[in-house]
Design a protein around this ligand. Structure first.
Ligand SMILES: Nc1ncnc2c1ncn2[C@@H]1O[C@H](COP(=O)(O)OP(=O)(O)O)[C@@H](O)[C@H]1O
Ligand SMILES: [Mg+2]
Length: 286
């Protein structure tokens, strides 16, 4: 085929795989990460919330991000998803530098995070909430940012949008609440709605900051079940969660942050027997 030349010997040497002993147990071992955070730093005045954190998230994985209170997990999330501009460091998504891009641009590229349902949205119905979601979410100013896009979407193909909305609601088993105001939902139902809204943006990767906080065991099971099913369809998740049992059971890769840095990473077994992790938690205010 024209334009395709076989690899020269020199190039082949460059791509040679490392020997077994050299393969680290950290996410450096992840060959083609969907998300790559490098030497990320975020300062707020005199406070260094994130202090040079580097990690990778494999495509299609459910990766956990844990650490004691104040470790810098939420700030890391906010830097990745464009809520905060990092002081230094880079964020690469799907092979491209996306450092500092705003949330709606990231959403268009397939990188989203869940947001708590804003006050304006709690006065709308569950169905309206998911129909408003598609052009990308931008937190508090969600409605303002989203309405022009919504009008376009509606003009383009309202029937399709409505159909997608119902499908998404039924996937999360909240379709019976479609005409209920979002503000009337229980804590757990709200979390399902937050996930449903994010899914309507057709993401590649979803970041979840404590999605199970205040969720009863039945709905927790449902939410985790949906996450597992979405992963089987190829979605990638990065999850911050306090419940260690959930993290250990569901995440194949776990990153532990402490004082703004990555302290350890690996699978559940590796993390559980890492003494530095234990110390960080015992010393921390958990
Ligand atoms: N907007 C902010 N202004 C000042 N300090 C902040 C801000 N956000 C977070 N911090 C500080 O940064 C550190 C990390 O916080 P955070 O990222 O929320 O940790 P975690 O989510 O792991 O509990 C904490 O010391 C916190 O007080
Ligand atoms: Mg937090």
């Amino acid at each position: 085929m024209a334009g395709v030349t076989p690899m020269s010997d020199a190039e082949a040497v460059g791509t040679e795989r490392r020997s077994r002993e050299d393969v680290p147990t950290t996410s450096e071992a992840i060959d083609s990460p969907l998300l790559e955070v490098k030497r990320l730093r975020k300062e707020f005045g005199g406070v260094t919330a994130v202090d040079g954190a580097s990690f990778r998230v494999a495509s299609g994985s459910l990766t956990g991000l844990i650490g004691p209170n104040g470790a810098g997990k939420s700030t890391t999330f906010n830097c990745i998803t464009g809520i905060h501009e990092p002081t230094a460091g880079t964020v690469r998504f799907d092979g491209q530098d996306v450092t500092g891009l705003p949330p709606y641009t990231l959403a268009e590229r397939g990188l989203v995070r869940t947001f708590q349902i804003a006050r304006e949205l709690s006065e709308m119905t569950v169905l309206e909430n998911v129909m408003l979601a598609p052009p990308g979410q931008v937190g508090e100013s969600a409605i303002r940012a989203v309405l022009p896009g919504l009008r376009e979407a509606v003009e383009r193909d309202e029937a399709e949008l409505v159909e997608d909305a119902w499908e998404t609601l039924s996937f999360f088993e909240i379709d019976h609440l479609a005409h209920e105001n979002a503000g009337n939902l229980s804590g757990g139902q709200r979390k399902l709605l937050e996930m449903a809204r994010v899914l309507m943006t057709d993401p590649e990767m979803v970041l979840l900051d404590e999605p199970l906080a205040g969720v009863n065991p039945t709905l927790e099971e449902k939410l985790l079940d949906r996450i597992d099913e979405l992963r089987r369809e190829g979605l990638t998740f990065l999850l911050v969660e306090h419940d260690m049992d959930v993290i250990m059971e569901h995440c194949e890769h776990i990153i532990v942050m402490h004082q703004g840095q990555v302290l350890a990473e690996g699978d559940a077994e590796t993390i559980q027997r890492d003494e530095r992790v234990l110390e960080a938690y015992l010393g921390g205010d958990v």
